[in-house]
Ligand binder design. Structure first.
Ligand code: GCU
Length: 629
């Protein structure tokens, strides 16, 4: 009796979850039996054919492989009848583009398409640990490591994951945390990597691994990890050989070295270039890459303004990296804040291949609890750094084993938008958001128009209620959820303490990074250098990032800085209150489960926004001695 009851309850829960749980993401195609004419090909071409056969609602369609003079690798062209590409993955991306077009814009007027990716490497970074936990992951446990589901269920989920990535043009994935375990490169785990690679391959997705620079030493194979040591070099060469035997199309390594306690070449008096080049040489015979991260601080240039340290450490090394090394830098010079100026390292390395690292998981933007559509933030970055200068666009994934993959139903839009922008950074946030809404929910105008407006304003709202006017890193310690402007722990590195960043005092607020202060502005080229350096010309959104500003400083709006700060915090809260009200009116248009889930989260977000405003203004008022408005 008891067992039956448990079974019934489980069934109800499962049915409830699968009826509408967001598990299908934006891939909600109508089933059909289309006629597809295609040449013989490999497994990627088979995937393209299968998707079109199952879901293409238009006339019979031809797939054709053509020369690269006609269509660039991975790109596609469709003339209304024939889909052409020079690679199988091009046909796959073309197939998904057709399915997207048919859902979003319909087939009635005929579809004509032509597109090529703007950057070659479009990669997710999973900060997944081998024990299944995810650093800065909020949507459950890892889908790769230590999973409670095994066998077919495990494989099926990976297939769904690969399919979702392919549908937006993502072509690589790093399977483990940048704070990498040396165990990652042991036989047991490499066997699992090979298994995963086999599942992802038919979707054009290559696997990469984060590696711990100290691996040979940590595993006891050598007594040093010095990149110039012969035994160390030979260990990595052999390891590369072993990996490629298991995974012939393995993408390469991602490395966090000499940063936040990770081992690296400095431990042996060597440079980042010496470290990266040693690994690059090991991978070169097989075509592998090294993504070497520039997120370093507190090591060689300890004590220097943290936002300057990447340039200080890497600028002199420009031109000394091997061709298969890609320098991977976060979009801003600090650490994935709701708003940062772009990282000047992108302007300082002219002879080094570069990639940008964006954070899809919302470490500093309300985790999986706040609705924040990130495309406008990424677009802002690309307005400063042209994607033509980047070989890669990398995103720290927000995916876990949560039934809807990302936690917040709207967090899926950030995975989607990352892929679309990595493919073509000139696409705009509005188009991408609209595509996502129509595919994920409905094409009803009464829903799409207002909800799209909500998405598009949500990043600015988050900046307003968390860190307006260029404030940064005033989040609570470690978990980074919620405010802690008075945060200071004497035993912590000062760069982890919020008080270090806002520098509130009786005079004013903000970090003086102009030529009167740490001179971080000097790392920018003109016109930004002068623009940011001068208090009078510094854009208000970066004001307190670059300047320590008097509380009664007159802003372009005519208000004092204190009044402006109040206005932004109030606006942020008001905007989220409006979201909550708007969402109430959206109930008739979508399913109850996803509507309710979002309604609950918006309510929490509104409370959090108020907490942010109240905590920060109350704290800053103890310095400004001015009334809270
Ligand atoms: C942030 C984040 C860490 C992460 C680090 C990195 O500091 O809080 O969890 O390891 O970035 O990007 O390496």
């Amino acid at each position: 009796m008891k067992k039956t009851l448990v079974l019934i309850i489980t069934l109800i829960l499962c049915l409830g979850a699968s009826a509408e749980d967001g598990h299908q993401l934006w891939l909600r195609y109508q089933q059909t039996h289309a006629q597809v004419n295609a040449p013989q090909g490999g497994e990627i071409l088979n995937t393209a054919c299968r998707e079109l056969r199952n879901y293409w609602l238009g006339q019979a369609i031809n797939l054709q492989l053509v020369s690269q003079n006609i269509v660039a690798p991975e790109g596609y062209a469709f003339d209304g009848k024939t889909l052409k590409a020079s690679t199988e993955s091009g046909l796959l991306y073309g197939a998904y583009a057709l399915l997207r077009e048919q859902t979003v814009r319909g087939t009635a007027k005929g579809i004509i398409l032509k597109s090529t990716p703007k950057s070659k490497y479009r990669i997710l970074n999973h900060w997944d640990n081998l024990d299944g936990s995810i650093e800065r992951g909020y949507a459950g446990k890892s889908i790769f490591w230590n999973s409670p589901i095994k066998g077919e269920a495990y494989d099926t989920r990976l297939k769904e994951y690969a399919r979702a990535n392919a549908s937006v043009g993502i072509n690589g994935t790093v399977l483990d945390n940048v704070n990498a375990s040396p165990k990652m490169l042991t036989h047991t785990y490499l066997d699992s990597v090979a298994h995963i690679a086999n599942i992802l391959r038919p979707y054009g997705l290559r696997v990469y691994l984060s590696v711990n620079f100290g691996t040979p030493k940590a595993l006891g194979a050598t007594n040093t990890a010095d990149p110039l040591n012969k035994r160390v070099i030979s260990w990595w060469n052999k390891k590369a050989k072993e990996i490629y035997k298991l995974i012939p199309d393995f993408g390469g390594f991602c490395v966090k070295a000499n940063s936040e306690g990770q081992p690296g070449p400095f431990d042996y008096g060597r440079t980042h270039a010496q470290g990266a080049n040693m690994l690059a040489d090991a991978l070169k015979p097989y075509g592998g890459l090294v993504f070497w991260r520039s997120f370093v601080y507190g090591s060689k240039h300890k004590g220097e303004d943290r936002v300057k340290q990447a340039v200080s450490e890497f600028a002199d090394l420009d031109g000394t990296f091997r061709e298969n090394v890609i320098l991977q830098s976060k979009n801003g010079p600090l650490d994935f804040q709701p708003r940062e100026p772009y990282a000047p390292i992108f302007d300082q390395m002219h002879r080094t291949t570069q990639a940008v690292e964006l954070q899809i998981t919302q470490e500093y933007l309300g985790h999986d609890k706040h609705l924040v559509y990130l495309a406008p933030m990424w677009q802002e970055f690309f307005s400063f750094v042209s994607v033509n200068r980047l070989k890669g666009v990398v995103g720290v994934a927000n995916i876990g084993d949560h039934i809807n993959w990302c936690g917040h139903p709207f967090a899926q839009s950030n995975w989607y938008a990352f892929g679309r922008l990595a493919w073509d950074a000139s696409l705009n946030s509005k188009t991408i958001g609209e595509e996502w809404l129509i595919q994920t929910y409905t094409d009803k105008y009464q829903f799409v128009a207002p909800v799209l407006d909500m998405m598009l304003s949500s990043r600015e709202a988050c900046v307003d209620y968390m860190e307006p006017l260029g404030l940064h890193h005033i989040m609570a310690f470690d978990h980074h959820y919620g405010p802690e402007p008075d945060g200071f722990i004497a035993s912590y590195p000062i760069e982890w303490c919020p008080v270090y960043y806002h520098k509130a005092d009786a005079h004013g607020l903000g970090f003086e990074r102009s030529s009167k202060g740490t001179n971080a502005t000097a790392q920018y080229p003109e016109p930004y250098r002068s623009l940011y350096d001068n208090l009078a010309t510094c854009p208000p959104e970066y004001l307190l990032w670059f300047h320590h500003v008097a509380w009664n400083y007159r802003m372009p709006s005519g208000r004092t800085m204190w009044q402006e700060l109040n206005a932004h915090y109030n606006k942020g809260v008001k905007t989220v209150q409006n979201y909550e009200n708007l969402w109430q009116q959206m109930k008739p248009y979508i399913d109850e489960a996803r509507w309710q889930h979002t309604a609950n989260l918006l309510h929490l977000q509104e409370q959090n926004a108020e907490l942010w405003r109240n905590t920060c203004l109350k704290y800053f008022a103890t310095f400004s001695k001015m009334p809270i408005e």
